[in-house]
Design a protein around this ligand. Structure first.
Ligand SMILES: *Cc1c(COP(=O)(O)O)cnc(C)c1O
Length: 430
């Protein structure tokens, strides 16, 4: 495709990054199941290793199938470039790695995917990184938490597990003032519902495992760079602005401009951390993305119906779906994700922990799994699973208290989803 920017989302989700295979004319992106690529000659090899020419060397760094997915996600997000990796959690480390160092910190929302809470509160400490968790509805608190050692602000556009909407414009203004990037995990919104870069995000991370692939087949992650952040504006980001000893003193920001973060992600991140996406996973994700908008429309339509039905049911205390008029986040939907508030929300069940356990065990269409963003409707009781490593206070701050179940509404018939919830709630609250 020549002039990609003029095409609409539905066209780009099928065509961006994909061209007929130059060797065979294959219309679908081939799975390039090859570890290495033959150099034209010794000079070509040297140019590739010096980053003077872009091309394929070895599949830990780059692979043509993965490259097609990178270009497609970057295009859909409106970014300058993207790097895919082995999982959403890998993407988070890949996004932070160039920014961070011992003694430095990030400021993150207290409403995050449970695994991210654990990664940020426990594991990153081993790298000497710290994370301060704040309620991102409290803009003053976000501002106050940033200090001279803060190198990024991190949140989810539509926050897991409650489906709360983050005011990305307000948060990115705070990050801008501090001269640091805003990283947005856009997994539960997808670029069809929300484009964080348009709201001031510098980096967007994805678990492609979820809606982007959409069918629960492969794990994967992606870091998209807006290309808009000036890494050399201050001395906070030496990995990007200062000479890189492993590449003869090359300065990424100076040499690659808007693609600095993407090149760093491949040339340093994938080279040395090795959290590479394999071409099979990229293939499944490319297949899935072709129908992203169609699925997201149905996900949203079903979520609205199911949330409205649950809200009026006596066996339920409350529903957190931001697409309900009763939600305090309803006003933000129009601004942040005008095509809908996603299909992920939590429900407080009367009867607490025990009723939640009975509910998940009584459902027939819903699967009880630690996943979201599948065509299938999914449910999880976070307090006994994904959030069980957290204290009760942390669970509650994350919107995952003992009386809460998280629903990821699939693309089945809404009436069938509602009937299933109805019969299981009867058993759970009998
Ligand atoms: C699943 C998920 C992750 C982690 O992704 P993996 O692919 O499981 O590593 C991160 N953030 C959000 C919002 C998620 O839903």
């Amino acid at each position: 495709m020549t002039n990609e920017t003029s095409y609409g989302f539905d066209t780009l989700q099928i065509h961006a990054g994909a061209r007929p295979d130059p060797a065979t004319g294959a219309r679908q992106v081939p799975i390039y199941q090859s570890t290495a690529y033959v150099f034209r000659d010794a000079e070509h090899a040297a140019a590739l290793f010096n980053l003077q020419e872009v091309g394929y060397i070895y599949s830990r760094l780059t692979n043509p199938t993965v490259a097609a997915l990178q270009e497609r996600v970057a295009t859909l997000e409106g970014g300058a470039g993207a790097v895919c990796c082995s999982s959403g959690h890998a993407a988070q480390i890949m996004a932070l790695f160039p920014l961070m160092g011992p003694g430095l910190n990030i400021v993150a929302s207290s409403r995050l995917y449970g695994g991210t809470m654990t990664q940020f509160s426990q594991t990153i400490k081993r790298f000497g990184w710290e994370c301060t968790f704040v309620d991102f509805d409290d803009l003053k608190a976000v501002k106050a938490a940033i200090d001279e050692n803060t190198r990024a602000v991190f949140c989810e556009a539509i926050a897991n597990p409650g489906g709360h909407i983050t005011d990305l414009d307000a948060i990115s203004a705070i990050a801008d003032d501090a001269g640091i990037p805003l990283i947005v995990d856009n997994t539960s919104a997808t670029p069809y519902l929300c484009r964080p870069i348009e709201h001031g995000a510098t980096l967007v991370v994805h678990s492609t495992t979820k809606y982007l692939t959409g069918n629960g087949t492969v794990t994967g992650g992606c870091v998209v760079d807006s290309g808009k952040f000036d890494w050399a504006a201050n001395d906070k980001f030496p990995s990007l602005s200062q000479p890189e000893p492993a590449y003869h003193g090359l300065k990424f920001a100076e040499t690659f401009g808007p693609l600095a973060f993407t090149f760093h992600g491949i040339a340093i991140g994938l080279r040395d951390l090795g959290m590479t996406m394999n071409p099979q996973a990229a293939h499944y994700s490319l297949m899935g993305i072709e129908t992203l908008s169609l699925r997201m429309e149905r996900h949203v339509e079903n979520a609205k119906k199911v949330a409205a039905w649950l809200e009026q049911d006596d066996r339920i205390d409350y529903v957190t779906y931001a697409g309900l008029e009763s939600s305090p986040y309803f006003g933000l939907v129009e601004k942040i994700c005008p095509r809908g508030a996603g299909a992920l929300f939590t429900v407080a069940v009367k009867g607490g922990y025990e009723a939640c356990i009975k509910l998940v065990d009584s459902l027939e269409i819903f699967s009880h799994v630690a996943n979201l963003g599948d065509t299938r409707s999914l449910i999880i009781h976070s307090a006994s699973t994904t959030h069980r490593q957290l204290t009760t206070e942390q669970q509650e701050a994350a919107g995952a208290g003992p009386n809460i179940v998280r629903l990821s509404i699939g693309t089945e018939d809404a009436d069938d989803i509602i009937a299933d919830l109805d019969q299981a709630l009867s058993k759970a609250t009998a």
